[in-house]
Design a protein around this ligand. Structure first.
Ligand code: PLP
Length: 384
């Protein structure tokens, strides 16, 4: 199999597998006071330090969760608990957009969704308008993703943070597709809240974290109650093995991150050049924007993406976002970028990562080109 679906989930890194298995073999609840419990708590503390070092924040600013979905829910619900408008963008993952809609549902005009341009860049002028228009109610939170899961387009958060903070709003970023892939420094990036998920950078699935800046005056608003874990932010016995795996993946991802990002970007560029050369009528979404190194979103005009994927069973890729594949609606990200429904339905996402090799790219280009040609010829035969 040629695995080109890192944005859905990355293969488990060997270091993460070892840490997870070793922890599963041990015993102890991180809340227990005896020796076994202290051992589990030490494994959690180590992972907290490993993640803090990846993010350049302090270990005490991390709340472990079951993933980015839970971290996003926690962040948005906490920040908006006291009222105030919520500003977000049209290209967020459903784990932000649907939460934003749910929590502002009962209050008219409490949600502002910022549009993006044809390359997926957020319209900052509209952010200024939204912050100004919030009036007396004020804006509680601006939530903008750091990197888009479908196109890889990176949001330039600095002006967003500056404008939001000047208006007294908190800033949350869903950094799920960025963390562990490009360097991040939370001393520099002045967000108040940041969500991440371990399996996107080679840790196990079902574990993630929310960064909550210590200086942030965030109302305490846990969703899970019934235990004092994670300073009361998230009750329930910790997933110690998953957390240990996350920590090990974070540490491994830190090593040679710049070199790895450059290597992966070069492979992605080769992939795009190969597709553009060998597949007529293909177009790369967000190509003019600043993008993550390891992803490409390619539209094959007039060729349904699900048929392309079915015609290349040896390639693991995704039509639009894997999280929403299976759903009949077209990608809201591509529609927000002004693509037609037909183009959105003809778009394949190929995503690369730490274990992708030049051979994977070579074989991937051949397989995609052959699959698109096969679908095109069977569509042509059907219309004859
Ligand atoms: N946010 C983004 C940008 C994502 O890409 C994903 C998953 O694809 C999530 C949130 C949800 O992550 P999880 O399902 O691990 O909670």
């Amino acid at each position: 199999m040629i695995y080109l679906d890192y944005n859905a989930t990355a293969p488990l890194r060997p270091e993460a597998l070892d840490a997870t298995v070793a922890t599963l073999r041990s015993v102890g609840n991180a809340s227990s006071m005896h020796h076994a419990g202290r051992d589990a708590a030490e494994r959690v503390d180590l992972a907290r330090r490993q993640l803090a070092s990846l993010l350049n924040c302090s270990a005490g600013e991390i709340v472990f969760t079951s993933g980015a979905t839970e971290a996003n829910n926690l962040a948005l619900r906490a920040a908006c608990a006291g009222g105030g408008a919520l500003v977000t963008t049209a290209v967020e993952h459903p784990a932000v957009l649907e939460v934003a809609r749910a929590i502002t549902d009962a209050t008219p005009n409490a949600l502002v969704v910022l549009p993006v341009d044809a390359d997926g860049n957020v319209d900052l002028a509209k952010l200024d308008d939204a912050l100004e228009d919030a009036g007396e109610r004020g804006t509680a939170l601006v939530s903008a993703m750091l990197a888009n899961n479908e196109t890889g387009v990176i949001t330039d958060l600095s002006p967003v943070i500056k404008a939001a903070h000047a208006a007294g709003a908190l800033v949350h970023t869903d950094a799920t597709q960025y963390v562990g892939r490009l360097p991040i420094d939370l001393d520099e990036l002045d967000v108040d809240l940041l969500s991440l998920s371990s399996h996107k950078f080679g840790g196990p699935q079902g574990v993630g974290a929310l960064f909550v800046r210590r200086s942030t005056s965030l109302p305490f608003h846990p969703q899970m109650i019934g235990g004092g874990q994670e300073r009361g932010w998230r009750a329930g016995t910790l997933n110690v093995a998953g957390i240990a795996g996350l920590g090990a993946a974070a540490e491994a991802a830190c090593l040679k991150m710049h070199e790895e990002a450059a290597r992966i970007a070069a492979l992605r560029d080769t992939l795009e050049a190969g597709l553009l050369a060998h597949v007529p009528g293909c177009r790369i979404n967000g190509i003019k924007a600043s993008r993550m190194p390891g992803v490409t979103s390619v539209t094959f005009s007039g060729v349904p993406a699900d048929a392309v994927l079915a015609a290349m069973p040896d390639v693991a890729a995704s039509d639009g976002s894997a999280c929403s594949s299976g759903a009949p609606s077209p990608s809201h990200v591509l529609l927000a970028m002004g693509r037609s429904r037909e183009d959105a339905d003809s778009t394949v996402r190929l995503s690369l990562g730490y274990a992708t090799t030049p051979r994977d790219i070579e074989r991937g280009i051949e397989a995609v080109a052959a699959a698109v040609a096969q679908v095109r010829s069977s569509l042509a035969a059907d219309t004859e």
